[in-house]
Ligand binder design. Structure first.
Ligand code: GLU
Length: 264
């Protein structure tokens, strides 16, 4: 049962998803300054009465940073080992940065099954609402230790979309390492960034082979568009923007023409 007094907070709430490519450099090391800027922005929004749920990837890469290579060959098991070793390291980074900004954070892990109607879903709603009402920033990630095959999200973009729906978010911001969706390859002079996309617009045609699924994370541009459209269809405006640009979340919230906004 969801208690009655819950879900009635009037503050604006947004979900911000940060991908592995945003938080790491080319040598796959976690970038402290990127995380620091992210947390600083969340603390500024908090002062403005805007609550943030952070969906953060990075556990697998943090695990690789600690372990280097391991002898296990099976891909699923490798992911389980790297993520379960890396998740506490990632949370240590966040814990200490949030602490420096006088804030508290919490870890909320989930599998896709937890979002199906039922007791797990209700428990998650209660958990998010309770954390938010206490001014604690929830940091969500896939529960990679147990989330294998059937219970896996396609990527953390999907998790972020489900969380946005679960907490009735006012918007979803997917931070990637590109400025948004371009009409061609982002590096071509001829291609332009699309500032706004309606869900019925055929923008999939713009996706470049090279950006379909790139880097360390699972989701590429193709899947980001799919998630952005399906989230916007639920009346949650969704942005794809460059998380390596300082203050990008604040710029989006101020309505600056950064990133690509998907609306219904
Ligand atoms: N849950 C994975 C991690 O934290 C990332 C999944 C994804 O790339 O979207 O490493």
């Amino acid at each position: 049962m969801i208690p009655e007094n819950i879900n009635k907070m009037e503050k604006k709430r947004i979900v911000v998803k940060v991908g592995t490519n945003v938080m790491t450099n080319k040598d796959n090391r976690i970038l402290g300054p990127v995380l620091k800027n992210l947390v600083e922005q969340i603390s500024i929004l908090y002062e403005q009465d805007i609550l943030v749920v952070l969906v953060s990837s990075g556990s697998a890469i943090a695990g690789k940073e600690i372990l280097g290579d391991i002898s296990i060959k099976d891909e699923s098991m490798r992911r389980q080992v790297f993520s379960s070793v890396g998740q506490p390291r990632m949370m240590r980074h966040y814990y200490s940065i949030f602490h420096d900004f006088g804030m508290r954070c919490a870890q909320v892990l989930a599998t896709k099954r937890d979002f199906a109607p039922g007791v797990h879903r209700e428990n998650m709603i209660n958990c998010y609402e309770s954390l938010l009402s206490e001014g604690i920033i929830p940091i969500a990630n896939e529960d990679d230790a147990v989330s294998v095959t059937m219970s896996m999200f396609s990527d953390n973009d999907e998790l972020a979309s489900l969380v946005a729906e679960l907490i009735n978010a006012d918007s979803l911001i997917i931070l990637s390492d590109t400025d948004g969706l371009y009409t061609g390859h982002p590096d071509d002079d001829d291609s332009e960034k699309l500032n706004k996309v309606q869900i019925d617009q055929n923008v999939e045609k713009y996706v470049q082979e090279s950006t379909k699924g790139e880097g360390q994370g699972r989701g590429g541009m193709e899947s980001k568009i799919k998630i952005a459209k399906s989230t916007a269809r639920k009346n949650i405006p969704t942005y794809i923007a460059n998380g390596k640009k300082p203050n990008i979340i604040l710029d989006i919230m101020e309505g600056k023409p950064v990133g690509t906004k998907f609306t219904s």
